[in-house]
Design a protein around this ligand. Sequence first.
Ligand code: 4AD
Ligand code: MG
Length: 432
Amino acid sequence: MNNYVSIEKISRFEGEEVLIRGWLYNKRSSGKIVFLQVRDGSGFIQGVVIKKEVDNEVFNLCKELNQESSIIVSGMVQKDDRSKLGFELLVKEVTMVSQADEGYPISLKEHGTDFLMDYRHLWMRTPKQNAILRIRDEINLSIRNYFHDNGFVLIEPPVITPTSCEGTTDLFGIDYFGEDAYLSQTGQLYAEAAAMAFGKVYSFGPTFRAEKSKTRKHLNEFWMVEPEMAYVTFEENLVIQENLIAHIVQSVLSNRRQELAELERDTALLEKIKPPFPRITYTDAVEMLQKADFEFEWGDDFGAPHESHIASKYEKPVFITHFPAKMKPFYMEPCPENPNVILGADLIAPEGYGEIIGGSQRIHDLDLLLKKMKEENLPEDPYQWYIELRKYGSVPHSGFGMGLERTVAWVCGIDHIRQTIPFARTLNRIYP
Ligand code: 4AD
Ligand code: MG
């Protein structure tokens, strides 16, 4: 018999004998019976080993198995309404593939998150962490599907870049055969080139920020999806963003119910995430904050408490539009009616999760771009290729960047971004 099945598909095998290849997550025994919590990566199932129904050897082996030993278990699938899964396994045989060392670091008692992050390579085996990373996988897929189905071409920008792409601070420098180079903070400028070649493109990859922030929203290596669209204006750009976010949330609601339940996520809040999303200007947001007695001046940047206050007024993500040009990067198109503000927006997630998207219409006029670059003291030489995009068939165009991990944190409803990526890189962590 070699009918291996995965636990997530176990309901199809009710009343049948199956083989599960996995690991021993936990164990309880009471004299004549041993309960094995078996995980196989796709789910968790309880195996019941009854002394008088199995060989002595099997029963004794079960009693000796250490937590996280790898095992192959055969047994009969039967209904069990008390378990989350709805099924359990009446065990017939157990083969030990590898006995785990005693003293598995992650016992089933509560550990602090810092301790668990040191054991991330093992922590990811536990139900909640497993659920988060499965939701991340679903979000990844839903993003790719959304863009593919809407005619976007995936374009991978380089990770090693000769210049800064998003402000000159926060760069990780590297030595590129004796020349200075940097890990990319954004793929945007390259995506702009590709948009003029393909019309609608998106990049999706790791980006790097040498920010020394210790907040629950910052990673030093994170994944960003960055669409860029020729002939698309500021307003149309917002519609694409809200459609994308709604598509992501709906995909998770449709396909990852069990994982959301594992995380005890309030799905009623997610059900409300449908377009259109509210829009307010930066100036209105400042007024809102001042009315609520925040000390905040026009031109200040929002911190976490400000974003949370603004978001608390809405059940959906909210666009804050028309930021002061001085606060934003050189490439953002000024508003024709008031050039002190830009045709761009940040999208602020509900429930205090903060900014998940930043985007804008881009400057397409050559002279304006050169003027802005001069104001920011950016050298023309290394950006010559970017400038040339404005010489050869320039058109109005727009794009945005969505942080994958912040989106996963919000959809999962978890308190810290470091749990949303397999192996986090933060100010104090480069291990494991
Ligand atoms: O607002 P940001 O810096 O925008 C850009 O880099 C643009 N070039 C994107 C574009 O228009 N193509 O970053 C975009 C998003 C943020 O809204 C946030 O979700 C995420 O990237 N992000 C981070 N996520 C985790 N840790 C950090 N340190 C992040 N910095 C930005
Ligand atoms: Mg931003």
